[in-house]
Design a protein around this ligand. Structure first.
Ligand code: MTE
Ligand code: MO
Length: 225
């Protein structure tokens, strides 16, 4: 059974906000993540990432616009493992810095409370269904937070900021489109408008958006920058 308001779309489409349709990551060869914000030692991790223990996550993926893609198998490291083994000891976030912003190389960003990121089914993935992540799904590294709508699962991650609260944070899209937690089980699709109403506003956008994102990917493959 899928969560309320979702339908099975079959395979996973490349998807996102229209303003990111033509933006692609510059660096997909290896992982490089800058940790900054309210921390004692802002740091950049790359090779260190390889020492973390790896894990697999089989989960359904739910986009806020109502499509879901079932049974995707992701591989990578638990966000919790990255946090406990590298961020806590080396970067030392300040007490209370639990509003986290994840940034993609395309300029996209999303926030989540630290407690949601530390859940046992949130991973930083570099593989999908047994293959290294492609450019369409977030190479070299993306978040996968399956209890939350897809817009929290930032692709092409290159920076993570620890903030004290959301006061200085600007969402990537319009303000009402980003719920601070976006839990699928509670249908937290956005702010102001109820989840069930947003279904009807978003659903007609699915097909044209997928088509736009497919075309943009095809022309980028022919003509990378
Ligand atoms: N960097 C980045 N991450 C992103 C997006 C984006 O446009 N850029 N779109 C989000 C949205 S709305 C969804 S539904 C998923 C789609 O993931 P996919 O393209 O791998 O299917 O990525 C999310 N993460
Ligand atoms: Mo989405």
């Amino acid at each position: 059974m899928l969560p309320k308001g979702q339908y099975d779309i079959g395979k996973m489409p490349r998807f996102g906000l229209s303003k990111f349709v033509n933006r692609f990551p510059k660096q997909t060869e290896s992982v490089e993540i800058r940790i900054s914000g309210k921390v004692e030692h802002p740091s950049t991790f790359n090779k260190e990432f390889a020492i973390l223990s790896r894990t697999q996550l089989r989960a359904d993926f739910h986009c806020v616009t109502t499509w879901s893609s079932r049974n995707q198998v992701w591989e990578g490291v638990l966000f919790e493992e990255f946090f406990n083994r590298l961020i806590l000891p080396e970067v030392k976030p300040m007490n209370g810095a639990d509003f986290i912003v994840l940034y993609g190389q395309d300029g996209y960003r999303a926030c989540l409370p630290l407690r949601d990121l530390l859940s046992s089914n949130v991973i930083l993935a570099d593989c999908l269904n047994g293959q290294p992540l492609g450019i369409e799904h977030g190479a070299p590294l993306r978040l996968v937070a399956s209890d939350h709508y897809g817009y929290k699962s930032v692709k092409y991650i290159h920076k993570i900021d620890f903030l004290m609260n959301g006061a200085g944070y600007r969402p990537a899209g319009l303000k009402f489109m980003e719920h601070p937690r976006a839990r699928v089980a509670k249908e937290e699709r956005g702010l102001v408008l109820p989840g069930w109403l947003l279904r009807y506003i978003y659903r007609p956008l699915v097909k044209p958006t997928i088509a736009k994102f497919e075309r943009a990917l095809a022309s980028n493959v022919e003509n990378p920058e």
